[in-house]
Design a protein around this ligand. Structure first.
Ligand code: PLP
Length: 385
């Protein structure tokens, strides 16, 4: 099996420890455990400090007394109840817990895709969605998302690509890196097309729950389609990437198929991560309040910055903590980003690693002061070129 380098991971790995200002991260500014316990202590009748001390003691006692067995193989019921609460109509046996959304996507693709199959994805995307199927030997059709269509896919193009070999339509929703979001109406059209050939839809919902306006949660594919597969994790919306915990949610048939492979490379996930993730999901609304507060404040800052920096533009994102900024220079994005790093110490992600040349990706879930400083330095760098 030959697989392409995961370009974003390579870039981050090479430079994230050698920068002064990192505004490349796609997570919402991560929580420390104290924040989590603090969040879980809010809205109680007693004073917050007393509740905090009580919750902290409970947390430490639970961890001290935890016997570290393999635990519940597919994830604890407590955690799976939290996950099920993110969907309209999902039973606990439709969920399996994984090593992040990256582990979830990998299990799904490796379990269901065969060399004779065809897969359709949208570009730009999270690279797993095409490099993994390609490494299996499947043919991947890539639909280019265009700024003039708000980075939403062309439904006629999608219809023209499906055929009896189409095994899966696979994409992140909300999208990384554009921050575009497929709403229920558009998802229904994709479902109709997938259903016409019996294809699965893998909707990587790692950024779900962070719509900037209106209802926070976009409709999940599992609540729309019998062959829909949702993957997600604690990393982005819940700001707990360090847990390395995610899940697959689908029909029981798909979960059983995935668990066959999962037995060979997971056994189970960490009991400690499962326990902490359960607390987080029991406090999901408060964590999302925090995530959206950070993101919305940062979108305002980007908008103000764009109004003063006409060399840059974007399609305003609808959801999640990543955006792509277009720059009006005749320079490859990798060169732009490497020089920005060398000359100003600012780390962003070149569009060239994300199938969107002429752009770079910025995380708007990052610490606001870092974003302000990073943008200031980008302006200075641009003026010096
Ligand atoms: C769209 C998308 N899916 C999955 C992942 C993997 O996230 P994790 O494994 O931390 O859940 C990422 C990380 O950047 C992502 O952007």
């Amino acid at each position: 099996m030959k697989i392409k380098d995961f370009a974003v991971e390579r870039w981050m790995d090479a430079y994230e420890n050698n920068c002064e200002i990192n505004i490349a991260e796609s997570c919402v500014d991560s929580l420390v455990l104290e924040d989590l316990i603090c969040i879980s202590s809010q809205n109680h009748h007693k004073s917050n400090e007393a509740v905090f001390q009580m919750k902290k003691k409970e947390f430490v006692d639970d961890l001290f007394n935890m016997k570290l067995t393999y635990g519940a193989i597919e994830g604890s019921d407590r955690f799976k109840k939290g996950i099920a609460s993110l969907y309209e109509n999902v039973e606990l046996n439709q969920i399996t817990v994984t090593h992040g959304a990256i582990g979830a996507n990998y299990l799904v693709l490796m379990s269901l895709i065969e060399p004779k199959d065809e897969v359709i994805t949208f570009l730009p995307t999270y690279q797993q969605h095409y490099s993994v199927p390609e490494s299996i030997g499947a043919k991947v059709h890539k639909i280019q998302l265009k700024a003039e269509n708000d980075f939403l896919p062309d439904m006629d193009e999608l219809k023209s690509l499906v055929n009896s070999k189409t095994k899966m339509i696979s994409f992140p929703n909300p999208n990384n890196p554009t921050g575009a979001s497929l709403d229920e109406e558009m998802l229904k059209k994709i479902v109709e097309t997938a259903r016409s050939v019996g294809a699965y839809i893998l909707s990587d919902e790692a950024y779900r729950g962070m719509n900037h306006e209106g209802k926070r949660f976009t409709t999940s594919i599992v609540d729309l389609y019998e062959k829909g597969i949702s993957t997600s994790s604690m990393s982005k919306t819940f700001a707990l990437a360090g847990l390395r915990t995610g899940w697959v949610c689908s029909s029981r048939d798909v979960i059983e198929e995935i668990n066959k492979l999962r037995d060979y490379n997971h056994i189970s996930c960490s009991m400690i991560d499962d326990y902490i993730a359960s607390i987080a999901l029991e406090n999901k609304d408060k964590i999302i309040d925090r995530s959206l507060d950070i993101i919305k404040a940062n979108v305002k800052i980007v908008d103000e910055w764009l109004s003063e920096n006409p060399g840059f533009s974007y399609v305003k994102p609808k959801a999640g903590p990543v955006i792509v900024l277009k720059f009006d220079l005749d320079m490859p994005s990798k060169e732009f980003c490497k020089r920005l790093l060398d000359e100003e110490g600012v780390l962003v992600i070149p569009g060239g690693t994300l199938d969107i040349e002429g752009h770079f990706r910025v995380g708007i879930g990052n610490n606001t002061n870092d974003l302000i400083e990073g943008l200031k330095r980008i302006s200075r760098f641009y003026k010096m070129i």
